[in-house]
Write a protein that binds this ligand. Sequence first.
Ligand code: HEC
Ligand code: HEC
Ligand code: HEC
Length: 116
Amino acid sequence: MSRHLLFAAILLFAVIPLNTFANKVGGGDLNFAPANADPVLFSHENHVIAKSFKCSACHFHTFQMKKGAYKLDMTTMTKGGFCGRCHNGGLAFNVTDEKNCHRCHHKQQAPFPTRS
Ligand code: HEC
Ligand code: HEC
Ligand code: HEC
């Protein structure tokens, strides 16, 4: 490789921010940190790619495209609101089942827990 090429390659890596290469799906990974429960990581990738949901499955009737737009509370979720619209034991694991709390609430944020 010529010296010029090498220099160009180094320059390229120096000026392009790393996150240019990160392929973010939808709103990316969202971390929720409720005061009185373990944190929740919502993965757009796991929902949009792995479960083939269109954006319109959640936006805008259930969620806005802005983190924190609504206060996501468990009372609403156990009545079928927010995450509980699907996580009701039908489409996805039930928010009301004590066995499932840790599937959303867990201290370690990555890597994702693999679903059974
Ligand atoms: C399974 C539900 C679901 C699907 C499907 C989904 N989203 Fe989201 N999205 C959410 C939730 C939940 C939030 C956070 C809302 C809140 O905190 O009030 C969010 C937030 C966002 C945000 C804002 C992120 C931020 O940091 O503020 C963007 C942008 C977004 N979504 C884009 C998309 C796009 C584009 C698609 C389709 C490719 C998509 N979403 C599909 C659930 C979903
Ligand atoms: C489908 C995912 C999911 C499951 C399952 C789930 N939660 Fe949550 N929980 C959330 C999200 C999202 C929030 C909102 C976090 C925030 O906005 O700070 C939340 C918030 C909370 C909060 C704080 C806010 C409030 O409403 O009091 C408590 C306490 C809580 N969850 C307890 C539980 C318990 C107990 C279980 C099991 C019976 C459970 N959660 C199951 C997603 C889930
Ligand atoms: C449009 C329907 C839908 C909505 C809304 C939805 N989910 Fe899911 N979610 C699914 C399906 C379907 C699965 C996979 C089936 C299963 O695991 O039971 C899943 C799987 C998951 C998983 C396990 C895979 C992973 O990503 O680690 C978590 C955690 C999760 N959802 C959290 C949430 C949280 C938190 C919210 C609300 C902010 C939410 N989901 C809203 C449909 C939905």
